[in-house]
Design a protein around this ligand. Structure first.
Ligand code: DX5
Ligand code: ZN
Length: 219
């Protein structure tokens, strides 16, 4: 078992008026990636940011940008997000009829494709696509908002996906997103990457403390 994991703070909980300072502070605090939540007000009932903000972030941070698309028909925007500088680009299996071709396009355009699913979606729905991705994102809240409670019953999906990835010889990373904090991370020992928004940005002891806690899986 690895002793350290990657931490990808979600800027959904950052100060949007000072994003450059925020990503600089995250790099300083030991963050591995920056998680960017893109919402369209249709696939999820919230609106956030688009490719122009990803482009601006790319110009001011050396950290890989982990872009989580919560938008309908993401194939319409793949090129914009890859051109803007997305390193990982993750789509929801429920968001398009064209999952396979969209994942292939992401890779052809030069980014690393990721697949994810809502908590209510059966894990088997993503199995056909595991051979096409570098990242599998397990949601432990309903996508749409930061600061929600961790859904413990979703944890079983991690082991299920891990087994499938091993079976096909894939080294795709498993990422968990939603309600991750120093307590809930102890349920996530088999995951590789932890997304955390409210826990990191609201941590009284500072970003570095929160990130270190997650890397040590709460210990
Ligand atoms: C929810 C987003 C998450 C969210 C996590 O739709 O995908 O990335 O920002 O926020 P916390 O860590 O506060 O649950
Ligand atoms: Zn996310």
């Amino acid at each position: 078992m690895k002793t350290q994991s990657l931490v990808a703070p979600s800027i959904l909980s950052a100060d949007f008026a000072n994003l450059q300072k925020e990503v600089e502070a995250l790099a300083q605090a030991g963050a591995d990636w920056v998680h960017v939540d893109v919402m369209d007000g249709h696939f999820v009932p919230n609106l956030t940011i688009g490719a122009p903000v990803v482009k601006s972030l790319k110009a001011v941070t050396p950290l890989p940008l982990d872009v989580h698309l919560m938008i309908e028909e993401p194939e319409r925007y793949i090129e914009d997000f890859v051109s803007a500088g997305a390193d990982y680009l993750t789509i929801h299996v429920e968001s398009t009829e064209q999952v396979e071709s969209t994942l292939k396009s992401i890779r052809q355009l030069g980014a690393r494709p990721g697949i994810t699913l809502r908590p209510g979606t059966a894990i088997e729905e993503i199995y056909p696509y595991l051979g096409l991705v570098d990242l599998v994102l397990i949601m432990t809240v309903n996508p749409g908002f930061g600061g929600q409670s961790f859904m413990l019953e979703q944890v079983g999906k991690i082991a299920a996906v891990k087994e499938q990835l091993e079976e096909i010889g894939s080294s795709a990373l498993i990422e968990v997103d939603g309600g991750v904090n120093e307590q809930t991370v102890s349920h996530l020992l088999a995951a590789d990457v932890f997304v955390a928004g409210s826990y990191v940005f609201n941590c009284k002891e500072g970003y570095a403390h929160a990130i270190e806690k997650l890397k040590r899986r709460g210990g």
